[in-house]
Design a protein around this ligand. Structure first.
Ligand SMILES: [Cu+2]
Length: 195
């Protein structure tokens, strides 16, 4: 009887001692952490709290230059009040009569890049791999977010591929610009900051 009573007292006491020992071990670990360890922990917390930590890569982006055409006729829709070709060198317009077989047909055209919006991360080395599907000649350059030229003018011809390489050192929007079909044959490369 006495032994059982004593055992009932001892078990909670042993649990308390074990708990205190664990706390002491935990406290010892914390006090033993170096400044470097704490700095590393702080950096991890900041990384979790802010922008994602993404390592720069060599980023290959495929982009195609092409032309889209749309045709209707004056029975279905009157011709536009403003000739689209006066708005951009990238727009085309063929008035009724351009097609002898269908004299009421009229057509509009536009040169574009596909995709028109691309994404990368600051620090990436970008390789824009372009392919020209339509248009025999395009003079193309890349400008950075600050307006500086990061890839000098390149003449691109139909059916050929080209590699435009640059380092995305700035966060912001880089522009892939075709000067031949300005201002509308332009694509955005959005470079996101990583810190
Ligand atoms: Cu062009």
């Amino acid at each position: 009887m006495f032994i059982r009573k004593r055992a009932r007292l001892l078990v909670p006491l042993m649990l308390m001692i074990a708990g205190v020992a664990l706390l002491a071990i935990a406290a010892g670990c914390t006090s033993g952490a170096s400044e470097e360890d704490l700095d590393a922990l702080r950096a991890e917390v900041q990384a979790l709290d802010g922008a994602p930590s993404i390592d720069p890569v060599d980023r290959l982006i495929e982009v195609t230059g092409f032309e889209i055409k749309g045709t209707t006729n004056t029975e279905n829709l009157a011709v536009p009040e403003v000739d689209p070709s006066t708005l951009s060198a990238g727009y085309g317009y063929k008035a009724p009569g351009f097609d002898e077989d269908n004299p009421s047909d009229w057509r509009v055209e536009t040169y574009i890049w596909g995709p028109g919006n691309m994404t990368a991360f600051q620090g990436d080395t970008i390789d824009l791999h372009t392919f020209i599907l339509n248009g025999n000649s395009h003079t193309v350059r890349v400008e950075g977010p600050d307006g500086s030229t990061v890839v000098e003018d390149v003449e691109m011809n139909r059916g050929r591929t080209y590699n435009l390489k640059f380092d995305a050192t700035q966060a912001g929007v880089y522009k892939l610009i075709c000067l031949t079909h300005a201002p509308t044959m332009t694509a955005d490369i959005v470079v996101l900051p990583t810190s």
